[in-house]
Design a protein around this ligand. Structure first.
Ligand code: NAD
Length: 471
């Protein structure tokens, strides 16, 4: 693909003193009421859709530059991904935005007109992480536009080419007074957090999510948090082991495992652990016949800091590497790696891997697997369950998670029409499909009492002395 020839502007941090004006422009635009017009929103969504087409080469080049993301994956998980969200919002906006007439009213109120109006929350801040740097700010933006909000976006500074490509795209194609990109890291995010927002949508680590939520609480600003966690995969004796290995392998190599929903560890029945590992090796070979390092399909770790974070987990594990293990810092390459562990204290079980490495923990029973998983992280973002129906039902019943996937690796989070989000400390709120619209919408109940009804309302007026009551 010619994408690598595209020139992307060098990273430019937005000056701190320029940030208040960017935010007040977005607020003034919201106050002008123009975003309440559905046609205006549809025009912005269509502009975003076509911008993604027109800027595709630079977005793909940026993904290659920042993460060495291959063309197929960049399209599937970033550019086309957001285009699908856009189309869904365009096609359903009128339905999502329609005022709902409430019908199931108690008989006393049945003559009144009760309705729920869908109103935009206002001006929102969208903060994104580095792993899907385009998808994870633009898919929320689709929701904000659909709902009629104005928005300021703060992409990750760890993927600077993507941040610049998006800034150019958004500010040249969308209404500049309504949508803006602020680039930078912690100081710029802190400056943004000093502004008043009507909602903040944050995608990133739990640690930073908690900083954002605390700061937002000072001004009672609502937040949607999309965080990470240590996701379990369960593989029972009754699972199709070859399929489980292949699908879990894919879940760890897409984006080099830098996926919030990918499994951190696999709880596999000990009677089938060896066979499962053999199938993993076969799946690895099938996906990377010339080795993972030579493959154009395997992304790299985003930077040396994250490379060393992952390397440390592998260096410090007491487990046995049963697949992979090669690392090359000069290339930010970490081979897809599986580590057989037998202790919950192992770093491979204690930390979020967020890379192409995972642990395999053999268990005696499903009871033990559930007890471990609930102990490691009670509310992970995702869980993957491979087994027969009664086993996967039991796993769903006895463990919670933001989303869950049966007989697959996190595919529940890949469909643009269904809600995606965490639970407990893996996230608050959800988006995608209608949930994206709802995420930035205030559901405002309005009642209208007919003027002629007052004689029936006599009972609510003082004095509460019914001896004189006359209708
Ligand atoms: P991060 O939390 O380090 O950074 C996210 C954003 O916060 C960035 O824009 C960054 O500039 C900003 N930031 C960083 N430190 C800050 C601070 N001290 N104060 C204010 N702002 C700060 O996350 P990351 O490393 O970019 O992404 C990886 C994490 O995100 C993983 O934990 C992963 O599980 C999670 N994640 C979750 C989802 C989801 O949808 N639930 C999706 C992708 C990634």
């Amino acid at each position: 693909m010619a994408a690598s020839k595209v020139e992307i502007a060098p990273f430019e941090v937005t000056p701190l003193d320029a940030i208040p004006a960017v935010c007040s422009t977005a607020r003034a635009t919201f106050a002008s009421h123009k975003t309440k017009n559905l046609q205006w929103r549809l025009v912005q969504l269509r502009k975003l859709y076509w911008a993604l087409d027109d800027f595709k080469a630079s977005l793909m080049a940026a993904l290659q530059q920042d993460l060495r993301k291959g063309g197929y994956e960049s399209d599937f998980t970033e550019v086309d991904w957001v285009k699908n969200d856009c189309l869904h919002m365009i096609n359903n906006l009128e339905t999502f935005a329609k005022t709902e007439k409430l019908k199931d009213l108690p008989v006393t109120y049945s003559m009144m007109n009760f309705r729920v109006k869908k109103e935009p929350l206002g001006t929102v801040l969208i903060i994104g992480p580095y792993n899907f740097p385009i998808q994870l700010v633009l898919a929320p933006l689709v929701g904000a536009i659909g709902a009629g909000c104005t928005a300021v976006i703060k992409p990750s500074e760890l993927t600077p080419a993507c941040a610049m490509a998006m800034k150019e795209m958004i500010e040249s194609r969308l209404d500049r007074d309504a949508f803006a990109v602020v680039n930078g890291g912690v100081p710029e995010t802190n400056a943004l957090m000093e502004e008043k927002w009507d909602k903040i949508m944050f995608t990133g680590s739990a640690q930073v999510g908690s900083i954002i939520a605390r700061k937002a609480a000072e001004t009672l600003t609502p937040v949607c948090l999309e965080l990470g966690g240590r996701n379990p995969a369960f593989v029972t004796k009754k699972a199709n082991l070859a399929l489980a290995a292949r699908r879990l392998m894919w879940g760890k190599v897409l984006n080099a495992g830098q996926v919030c929903m990918s499994h951190n560890y696999v709880l596999v029945d000990k009677d089938v652990a060896d066979t499962f590992i053999e199938f993993l090796k076969i799946a690895y070979k099938d996906m990377f016949p010339n080795g993972a390092k030579a493959s154009p399909d395997l992304s790299r770790i985003v930077n040396a800091r994250h490379f060393n974070r992952i390397k440390k987990m592998l260096d410090e594990t007491k487990g046995k590497i049963v697949m992979g293990g090669e690392m090359d810092e000069s290339d930010l390459y970490i081979e897809p790696t599986a580590v057989l562990v037998d202790s919950l204290d192992d770093p491979m079980m204690q930390e979020e891997s967020f890379g192409p490495i995972f642990s395999i923990f053999p268990v005696d029973t499903l009871d033990q697997a559930l007890s471990i998983a609930n102990n490691v992280h009670r509310t992970p973002l995702a869980l993957m369950a491979f087994g027969d129906k009664s086993e996967t039902n039991r796993i769903l019943d006895e463990m919670t998670s933001g989303g869950a996937c049966i007989n697959d690796s996190y595919f529940h989070g890949a469909v643009h029409t269904v809600p995606f989000g965490g639970v407990g400390d893996s996230g608050w709120g959800a988006y995608r499909g209608k949930a994206s619209f709802d995420n930035f919408t205030h559901f405002r109940t309005v009642s209208e009492t007919p003027t002629w009804m007052d004689r029936f309302l006599r009972v609510r007026y003082m004095p509460y002395d019914w001896s004189e009551l006359r209708l």
